[in-house]
Design a protein around this ligand. Structure first.
Ligand code: BGC
Length: 753
């Protein structure tokens, strides 16, 4: 950390602080636990501590030094709009996330922001979620690695982060009341691991409790979530802050572990706390830990203001953007564009790029690169002639004049580049989309142009995935640019002309049809509840397990060069951690970046496992002809499932395939390993089903004996029928004279040593 303070305070030691806090009147403590206004905490004058300033910032700062609101109705101070979460997820590059964090951290320092409200790391359960543009991926391993890098990168500059939205906040419909009804295995394996990694590996300053309920209990008032898991299990030491206006019962949320209610400014909830103190419902000591944690935020306040070079940050925004765009299709090497081509650029997004999303994440960009300007500059140097036509109305209105004009341009070109996508009103915080469709007038344009132009390239700008059906096969190349931030226009032009080599990969599956998606049956829920019925089979986990075709799988992304990877060496350590090592070679003629993706596939254990799960990855840069070694560690956890019966992670004994994949659907190398795993011994009771008695590793044989079955030929059907009965039920129905003493002995012997 740099420039950090011990502010002139009468508190120098923990003991001193404890005493200082003890001296603060209870009524005042109640006031400290909510903000003093929309964006600041109360100063703790008794300890000499100034207010802490918070501002949004998942991909750029939204610091409102003027009028305040959280709907982004008022402009915020200019800041760099870096690539949003959807793009950062597609970079598959923790270095990109770390640079983003660091750059936002520097701008926060310059703007006097101490806590940045980001990263947003909710899992993309449904492609319809209106805030998917802010989130990274449908996969927790990818999300977690990027979130750790962002958090470290930002906090290294001095300010703190607020990791959000904790937890299971995966939709916008009824976002302040919806109950995400989700089983614990699914929570532990899919929706919580990214939070767990950030907390355990990067100690974020704050965690933001989300609006929604989890299994009927508000996240912001959920003791299991905020205290049991976050603090007791994961060791979180920072402040839990509410999402803005997420607290319904302040006393309950305080008890559950929520330290700071935001925004502040109205006395209502403070008075509830005071009343609870007076009635004895709350003890003053219950407030002290929260006050102490809030006082601890002082370490994120710098001593001196710093400056930031916004022009240099614009360059960073461009560089990061070029690492995020995903080349989905590139038939006959249509891209990059060659010298001297006659180019038709079509679609208004070329001059008004959609580069970010709406809502609290919205950044007042310092400047915005437009693709058309950047293309014009590069075209001039390359003898490329250029015609431009708006092509369609962004608001969706049919306009045959525009369509005819575009057709005319397509007739006289070698390559048509169409800029299509969703406009900002189509996806935003607060609303979910209803379908994955591109507006009909854009699809009409793409099809019309593809029928005329010798080659057609589509550049897409959208925050959530869009359907490519109805036109995919008609075009030669597709660059999925998602939302690339204010440098996106320049980055897109660089990629089109080959000055940058695309290296993004999909962080979410692109389905053929919305109804193929595993979330479809249960999204966005009804009567206040959304059932996560697909369980752990989220995104590609479902598509690969059920062999359900997609348009493009998770992990897909093309390059202008080619790579090969050697068969991996897989080493299993004594405590059964796995290291995967391999060599990657750039076999093409230009430099590029390759993503090594390592998945684990197993059927071991008593629970249904997805066909394969991403457990590690690395992005490497290679000059043409260069080879490099890559080594990826898979900790035990990467092999485990969450066992609801034992409430713990279990590595099931059995066979595991370590798969190096091109994407979630394409296995390049497959190595089989066998693991001894964890020995989980079930303690038998009279209510345990007979099947478990028979299979018990210690006493299975004794059970056969006790029931008089040894040597008896029992048919598989009879065995199956017996297996589901408890011992009590079996004895009752069979009438067998099994001695109670014998069973008691077997049950005793079944206990874990
Ligand atoms: C959003 C948060 C945001 C907060 C403050 C809420 O509506 O859900 O992500 O940080 O507002 O703007």
């Amino acid at each position: 950390m740099n420039n950090h303070t011990t502010i002139s305070t009468n508190v120098t030691t923990d003991d001193g602080m404890q005493q200082g806090i003890a001296g603060i009147p209870a009524e005042r403590k109640a006031a400290l636990l909510s903000g003093r206004n929309f964006w600041e905490t109360e100063p703790i004058e008794e300890l000499g501590l100034p207010p802490v300033t918070l501002a949004d910032g998942t991909y750029g700062l939204r610091h409102q030094s003027g009028s305040h609101d959280h709907l982004a109705m008022y402009d915020s101070d200019p800041a760099t709009c870096f690539p949003p979460g959807v793009a950062i997820g597609s970079s598959w590059d923790p270095k990109v996330a770390a640079r983003l964090g660091s750059a936002i951290g520097k701008e926060a320092l310059a703007q006097g922001v101490h806590i940045v409200l980001g990263p947003g790391i909710n899992i993309k359960r449904s492609p319809l979620c209106g805030r998917n543009f802010e989130y990274y991926s449908e996969d927790p391993c990818l999300t977690g690695a990027l979130a750790v890098a962002f958090t470290r990168g930002l906090q290294k500059e001095g300010p703190g982060v607020s990791v959000k939205h904790f937890a299971a906040n995966n939709q916008e419909t009824n976002r302040q009341t919806i109950s995400a009804d989700v089983d614990e295995r699914t929570l532990r394996e899919i929706y919580l691991p990214a939070f767990e990694r950030v907390v355990t590996e990067a100690q974020p300053a704050t965690v933001m409790a989300s609006y929604n309920k989890i299994n009927g209990v508000f996240a912001a008032a959920n003791p299991w979530l905020l205290t049991g898991l976050l603090r007791d299990e994961w060791g979180f030491e920072g402040v839990v802050v509410s999402d803005w206006n997420a607290v319904t019962d302040r006393v309950e949320s305080l008890r559950a572990g929520l330290d700071l209610e935001m925004p502040g400014g109205s006395a209502g909830h403070d008075d509830d706390v005071r009343a609870a103190l007076r009635s004895g419902e709350l003890q003053e000591s219950e407030l002290d830990a929260s006050v102490a944690r809030l006082a601890g935020l002082v370490k994120y306040i710098p001593t001196e203001p710093t400056d930031v070079n916004y022009a240099a940050h614009h360059e960073i925004a461009r560089e990061l953007a070029a690492d995020c765009a995903v080349l989905l299709k590139n038939d006959a090497q249509t891209l990059p564009l060659g010298q001297g081509v006659r180019l038709a650029v079509l679609g208004e997004f070329a001059e008004k790029l959609r580069y970010q999303g709406g809502g609290s994440a919205h950044v007042n960009a310092t400047q915005v690169d437009q693709p058309l300007d950047a293309i014009k500059l590069l075209a001039a140097d390359r003898g490329v002639s250029l015609a431009y036509s708006r092509g369609f109305a962004i608001d969706g209105a049919e306009d045959t004049g525009l369509l005819d004009e575009a057709r005319g341009a397509a007739r006289d070109c070698d390559v048509a580049v169409i800029f299509a996508g969703l406009d900002e009103r189509a996806e935003s915080e607060g609303i979910d989309r209803e379908n994955l469709d591109l507006p009909a007038n854009q699809v009409e344009l793409i099809r019309a142009v593809a029928a005329i132009a010798p080659r057609t390239v589509v550049v897409l700008s959208n925050g959530g995935v869009v359907s490519l059906e109805g036109w995919h096969d008609d075009v030669d190349a597709i660059l999925e640019a998602f939302l690339l931030g204010q440098g996106g226009g320049h980055a897109i032009a660089d990629i089109l002309f080959g000055l940058a080599n695309p290296s993004g990969h999909l962080a979410e599956s692109i389905p053929l049809r919305l109804n193929d998606h595993p979330s479809s049956l249960n999204f966005p829920g009804e009567r206040g509840h959304v059932r996560y019925g697909e369980g752990v089979m989220v995104g590609y986990r479902y598509f690969t397990t059920f062999d359900s075709p997609v348009r493009y799988p998770f992990g897909h992304g093309l390059s202008y060069t080619t790579f090969t990877s050697s068969a991996p060496q897989v080493v299993v350590s004594a405590n059964e951690e796995v290291t995967v090592s391999l060599q990657v070679t750039n076999t093409g003629n230009i430099a590029g970046k390759h993503v090594v993706q390592v998945y684990v596939a197993t059927e071991a254990g008593p629970v249904r496992r997805p066909a394969r799960e991403l457990r590690g990855f690395a992005k490497v840069y290679l000059e043409p002809g260069e080879t490099t070694s890559v080594s990826i560690d898979l900790p035990r956890r990467a092999l485990a499932y969450w066992d609801i019966q034992y409430s713990r992670w279990v590595v099931a004994p059995g066979e595991y395939r370590i798969q190096v994949c091109q994407d979630a659907a394409t296995v390049l190398h497959d190595e089989l390993i066998s693991l001894t795993g964890d020995k989980i011994i079930t303690e038998l009771t009279m209510d345990t089903p007979l099947g478990e008695w028979f299979e018990h590793p210690q006493v299975g044989a004794q059970v056969y004996d006790a029931l008089g079955f040894t040597g008896v030929d029992i048919s598989p059907e009879h065995l199956a029928m017996m297996s589901s009965m408890t011992m009590t039920q079996f004895i009752h129905i069979s009438g067998l004279p099994v001695e109670a003493e014998v069973l008691a002995r077997v049950m005793r012997d079944s206990r874990p040593a």
